[in-house]
Design a protein around this ligand. Structure first.
Ligand SMILES: Nc1ncnc2c1ncn2[C@@H]1O[C@H](COP(=O)(O)OP(=O)(O)OP(=O)(O)O)[C@@H](O)[C@H]1O
Length: 235
């Protein structure tokens, strides 16, 4: 039996603004398994970020159920969702949101100071290959290196799940591949379940499974028989 991390049952999200309603997720059923690398592909507006926001405890579903292991997220109030998010989920976004006046080490330490069982900032930075740059400020680092600091910050609290929304969106191919390599390294070394939203179809080759989104639904799931390494990617 596979170990299930997320289970979605008929998960639906409707955004209402004034008289307009947008059905962003339409009865999504899904299971995500522990230790998987999953890539989410699909056109703009197809519901990928909406699903991430609900999985990450940043937003509420309109109907249906979402479980993180045995915990029903769709039953939680904002306070409990915040506790869930702090404990279990790491986020990586397209823009790194590092604090410019703090070094890489200090940016990571901000998170480790408020976590229960964190790794040391230098350990987290070593996992993304930045041990030699840890006393540099963001402005002294390349875009790809800054994103790797953001990944170190996200994993330092040892989350079970890493949600990455367009992690290579602002990067050229060489540095983007290095970032994917860092994410795969985290998955291999810590067993973290890694979900990646991307518009770059090449990245799907590193996944265990690829979820194709269309119009608020998962239209297809593809299982890769063999995962490619980041070094084998070209875009
Ligand atoms: N806060 C919001 N209020 C109203 N509508 C929203 C809101 N957030 C998203 N939507 C709408 O919900 C739908 C799904 O959006 P979502 O951001 O999940 O798509 P996406 O697949 O992540 O797109 P992208 O690839 O461009 O990030 C879109 O039609 C979008 O306009």
């Amino acid at each position: 039996m596979s170990d299930t991390v997320f289970t979605a049952k008929a998960l639906t999200k409707t955004y209402v603004s004034g008289e307009t309603q947008v059905l962003a997720l339409r009865t999504v059923d899904l299971e995500i398994f522990a230790g998987e690398v999953v890539v989410l592909l699909g056109p703009s507006g197809s519901g990928k970020s909406t699903l991430f926001n609900i999985m990450g405890g940043l937003d509420h579903a309109t109907s249906g159920q979402l479980f993180f292991r045995d915990l029903e997220l769709t039953n939680l109030d904002d306070r409990s969702l915040t506790a869930y998010r702090r404990q279990h989920v790491g986020f990586v976004f397209q823009f790194y949101n590092l604090i410019p006046s703090l070094t890489a080490y200090e940016n990571v330490a901000l998170v480790t100071e408020i976590s229960d069982h964190p790794m040391r900032p230098d350990e987290a930075l070593a996992l993304v290959g930045l041990e030699a740059r840890m006393h540099h400020f963001p402005a002294q680092l390349s875009g790809g290196e800054q994103q790797r600091v953001a990944i170190a910050r996200a994993i330092a609290k040892r989350p079970e799940v890493l949600l990455c929304d367009e992690p290579t969106g602002a990067l050229d191919s060489k540095t983007g591949i290095r970032v994917i390599e860092a994410l795969l390294g985290i998955n291999a070394q810590l067993g973290t379940t890694v979900l990646i939203i991307t518009h770059n179809a090449s990245i799907q080759d590193v996944a265990d499974r690829v979820l194709f989104f269309a119009d608020g639904q998962i239209s297809r799931i593809h299982k890769n028989e063999a995962r490619r390494t980041a070094a084998e990617l070209v875009w």
